[in-house]
Design a protein around this ligand. Structure first.
Ligand code: KG4
Ligand code: ZN
Length: 343
């Protein structure tokens, strides 16, 4: 998008899980993108919803304040406020939602409600030097801690799920594997780190047989737990001795499951614009497999910069911008929804 003389300035707020994010956009350009993580959950091996919402309450003001300062703007310069309506943890969503609504009311600026998973996909439309935006229609494999979806994107406001997980998400599978290996939460990035130096063919795991473009990771998780327990009963230091090979083999399997379905969807639809999004799109194995499949199948591939893969408010801002341009504003009684429908 060309920058008009009076660009639309969006303040975006993301608080769906355990990261508090605020971003400021001038049209599709990011002026600031601030994320505060929550270290408090590591000691529990997973996100504790009540602690997450309390941490959001502590973080939200400073995070928004820093974002405004970094962007060099004041509250009066904002055109509209975008927030994550859902899906996510209700207590967490309520903090960002109430803050955004309060700001919208007090400043008399329009409010935009954004679907978190759609925002992961629309992150591809953030203006980033040297990075091309996908053309419509494109397919997006959206892989996060809570969701795994193949989406056919017809336009920014016509995103159709054509496949999704029947149980665990891909990120959840990575995190559960990490937990079984006694790696700290969130373990996905650590599995990725150890996998870089391991042999992906060292160990093999069963592949789920699921119809269509859907996924299932719960059987894989059980198989992995049994595999570790069996081997530990023979060698109690099995994990320590084989950590890199285990991580490489597990990662290769998860990536293979994801890529098979994405390839089938691309083949059947004839679409060659192929994107990935969500936290797991930061995974080096998935990025490499996509690049390889792209070359083999003559796809144009789209991979978001790392800062827009995992949860961030910049993606909420770009999704909000599309809504603003359509005049799709939230009502005054807009409220977060933990199971916000994808429509
Ligand atoms: O999109 P996201 O930040 O949050 C949700 O919307 O859920 O995704 C978080 C998920 C976590 O499960 C995390 O372990 C996983 O993304 N993740 C990774 C990597 N970076 C983040 N999984 C594998 N490899 C990575 N490099
Ligand atoms: Zn997410």
């Amino acid at each position: 998008m060309n920058q008009p003389d009076n660009p639309v300035i969006i303040l975006a707020i993301e608080s769906s899980c355990d990261d508090t994010g605020a971003a400021v956009l001038a049209e599709d350009k990011i002026l600031a993108n601030v994320v505060a993580g929550q270290a408090v959950h590591a000691q529990y091996g997973g996100v504790v919803p009540e602690l997450a919402s309390r941490a959001h309450q502590q973080n939200i003001l400073p995070v928004v304040d820093i974002a405004l300062k970094k962007a060099g703007i004041s509250l009066n310069d904002i055109t509209a406020i975008a927030y994550t309506k859902g899906p996510g943890l209700l207590g967490s969503l309520l903090v960002g939602g109430s803050f955004a609504k309060g700001l919208s009311l007090s400043l008399n600026k329009p409010l935009l409600e954004v679907h978190h998973m759609q925002a992961h996909i629309l992150a591809h439309f953030i203006d980033t030097p040297g990075i091309k935006k996908p053309g419509f229609p494109f397919l997006c494999l959206t892989v996060s801690g809570g969701h795994t979806q193949i989406v056919r994107a017809e336009s920014p406001d016509n995103l159709i799920i054509i496949g999704e997980t029947l149980d665990d998400a891909a990120g959840e599978a990575f995190d559960k594997v990490a937990k079984i290996l006694e790696l700290p939460y969130p373990g996905g990035p650590l599995v990725d780190k150890y996998a870089r130096h391991g042999n992906p063919k060292a160990f093999s795991f069963p592949k789920p047989h699921i119809e269509g473009y859907n996924f299932s990771f719960s059987g894989f998780k059980t198989a992995f737990l049994n595999f570790i327990n069996n081997n530990k009963s023979k060698d109690h230091a099995f994990v320590e001795h084989n950590l890199q090979d285990i991580c490489a083999s597990v990662q290769a399997k998860i990536v293979n499951i994801l890529m098979e379905k994405l390839s089938a969807a691309a083949r059947d639809t004839g679409i060659r614009e192929i994107a990935i999004a969500g936290g797991v799109s930061a995974n080096s194995g998935l990025r490499a497999a996509l690049t390889e499949a792209g070359k083999k199948n003559a796809w144009n591939i789209y991979v978001p910069p790392f800062e827009y893969c995992t949860d961030n408010a910049a993606m909420i801002g770009i999704a909000g911008l599309f809504k603003y341009k359509k005049g799709d504003f939230a009502a005054i009684n807009s409220a977060p929804s933990a199971r916000y429908e994808f429509k």
